[in-house]
Design a protein around this ligand. Structure first.
Ligand code: DAH
Length: 346
């Protein structure tokens, strides 16, 4: 048996260097290892041996089998490499490192967005999203900003033509489609879709008809937060936002809530912070976001019982936070796609 196996191996090793395609290899392999193959025949003949000789014979066959399999694998590898070389042409050596080692990175605004989202995810917030095109109802009315409210003037938007219909977005009344002016729309859409407890963070792009200058841009990004449950208090809001500010701006940061007004929260506040860790970047109190306790009127518009549930909400501009953290003094740099600017945050 040993000689039989040796001669099969010998034949295989002689033949294999002349095989040039995968198909040839497969055909030839079948004549050795296939059901009618020479090696298979030897295996079958093992049954005629006395029982005590079978284990030793099996071992020999296995060794021989792995030896021919190695030969076939080697030739397949050789064929792969030569096919690749033909495809790539003579001037390319695929084993050399890439000639352009520069990797793309996230845009600085996306970097800050990711950091904030991660931070809130770790304390139980899930990401919610809604569309950039909205109806006036979701952008304003449902948030307790009626048509004649002055807050509406401060958030002038871009309106879509009346004759246009937006798929899957019905109008409540005689109203217009617009580009959302804030991510607070996600509060309403989320509360209509799911019932408390709700704990979401909603990053997204917003639009306003502002004249661009160093701190204003017609398109910008916000992150909205909303927490609704039984017994949610102002203390919960303050604790969460303190944790956020200290994680982002430094552990020694101080915060303060300044009374303010937003139609969809009552009471409402602006949150300011001061962080010695940021040195010159923050040597005075800086306003960082609007926040407050969800106004009962908002709960009514989404059919949540304000006698049972309370909640807090907050909204911040991502650019504002990026500008502070990255020491950028003009918001317009973020949108110019100037590689010299972007590279500084790679
Ligand atoms: N939507 C407000 C704006 O764009 C920001 C804001 C303020 C969001 C207070 C909130 C909030 O959720 O509670 O000016």
């Amino acid at each position: 048996m040993q000689t039989e196996l040796d001669s099969i191996i010998e034949v295989v090793y002689e033949k294999v260097p002349y095989l040039t395609t995968r198909a040839e290899v497969e055909l030839y392999k079948a004549t050795i290892l296939g059901p009618k193959g020479t090696m298979t025949a030897v295996m079958k003949s093992m049954g005629q041996l006395p029982k005590e000789e079978r284990p030793a014979a099996g071992k020999l066959i296995n060794q021989a089998k792995s030896s021919v399999i190695t030969a076939f694998n080697d030739v397949l590898q050789r064929i792969d490499a030569s096919e690749m070389a033909t495809r790539l042409g003579p001037s390319i050596d695929p084993s050399l490192p890439s000639p352009d080692p520069d990797r793309g990175t996230l845009h600085p605004i996306s970097q800050v967005r990711e950091e904030i989202v991660q931070l809130f995810s770790r304390i139980g917030f899930t990401v919610a999203e809604a569309t950039e095109v909205e109806t006036e109802y979701y952008c304003f009315d449902a948030l307790n900003i009626p048509a004649d409210h002055p807050a509406r003037d401060m958030q002038d938007s871009y309106y879509l033509p009346d004759q246009l219909t937006v798929a899957n977005m019905s109008k409540h009344a005689d109203e217009k489609y617009l580009l959302r002016t804030h991510t607070s729309t996600v509060q309403i859409r989320t509360m209509l879709e799911s019932k408390p407890p709700i704990r979401i963070i909603a990053p997204g792009r917003c639009f306003r008809r502002d004249t661009p200058d160093a701190t204003h841009s017609a398109n910008f990004h916000q992150i909205e937060g909303l927490y609704v449950d039984e017994n949610v208090s102002l203390l919960d809001l303050k604790a969460t936002l303190d944790h956020f500010v200290r994680s982002i701006f430094g552990s020694k940061a101080k915060t303060r809530l300044r009374p303010s007004f937003f139609p969809f929260t009552e009471p409402s506040f602006e949150m300011d912070f001061y962080s010695p860790d940021l040195g010159k970047l923050s040597n005075k109190w800086l306003e960082i976001m609007g926040c407050g306790m969800v106004d009962p009127e908002v709960f009514k518009s989404v059919d949540i019982n304000p006698d049972r549930f309370t909640g807090y909400a907050f909204g911040m501009g991502i650019e504002r936070i990026s500008m502070i953290l990255q020491g950028v003094d003009d918001i317009r740099y973020y949108y110019q796609n100037d590689i010299r600017f972007l590279k500084q945050f790679a």
